[in-house]
Design a protein around this ligand. Sequence first.
Ligand SMILES: Nc1ncnc2c1ncn2[C@@H]1O[C@H](COP(=O)(O)OP(=O)(O)OP(=O)(O)O)[C@@H](O)[C@H]1O
Length: 232
Amino acid sequence: MLEVKGLHAFYGESHVLHDLNLTVPAGGRVALIGRNGAGKSTLLKSLMGAGPTIQGDIRWEGRSLGTIAPYARARLGIAFVPEDRRILGNLTVFENLKIARNHALSRPMATPEETLEQFPLLGPLKDRLGGVLSGGQQQLLALARAAISNPRLLLLDEPTEGLAPVIVEGMVDDVQRICGSGCALLLCEQSLWFSRRCTDCVHVIDSGRLVFSGAWKEFDAAKGIRERHIGI
Ligand SMILES: Nc1ncnc2c1ncn2[C@@H]1O[C@H](COP(=O)(O)OP(=O)(O)OP(=O)(O)O)[C@@H](O)[C@H]1O
């Protein structure tokens, strides 16, 4: 279980997240939605210990993450797919997957070959350089790279941004398959359609503060949340 208590995040003097509290239960699927600049990426970076300075407590499976380095958080089972995907452009698809296995993990991991079978659209591209893939192909590779280490928590930052609807539809199945093995999900998104299909409950963030938390049914019943805080 991931527990975030009283989290504040800063870039230098700039105070971006204000007293955030949220939980992702073991195997749970949670969305965080909000406008551009609301603080979604900053939360995920804070969870990975990668970027902002933070105050407050972040606990993963009962253990405070404190100053644990990002690579060590990955070894604890937290996989992060950042908004810019961070595909290694000079390596092939296969090599990108292979390199993702180089963590000293104690739990079983998939092989690149097995992972390519789970992501059949990537199979024919396995010898292609990451840098020449389309945005949708890169996003699939980023997901596959996260899946290979058999994570217990997947942090996804706006995976649908800029992608064609047909790719986004397929990605719902990919995310559900990864999470089907008990992996929890914290999905930051602007797409309500995608978020609903991948998660059970939703938090809304506006100017670094959570302004709504609940099940999707409650979100639908909460008048004005969309108009005031999301703008869609
Ligand atoms: N490295 C940084 N240094 C200073 N300010 C930053 C930095 N990164 C983000 N910010 C600011 O922090 C606030 C939150 O940004 P963040 O990227 O977390 O928002 P977001 O909800 O993920 O939106 P987007 O979808 O545009 O990425 C914004 O005002 C942004 O300008």
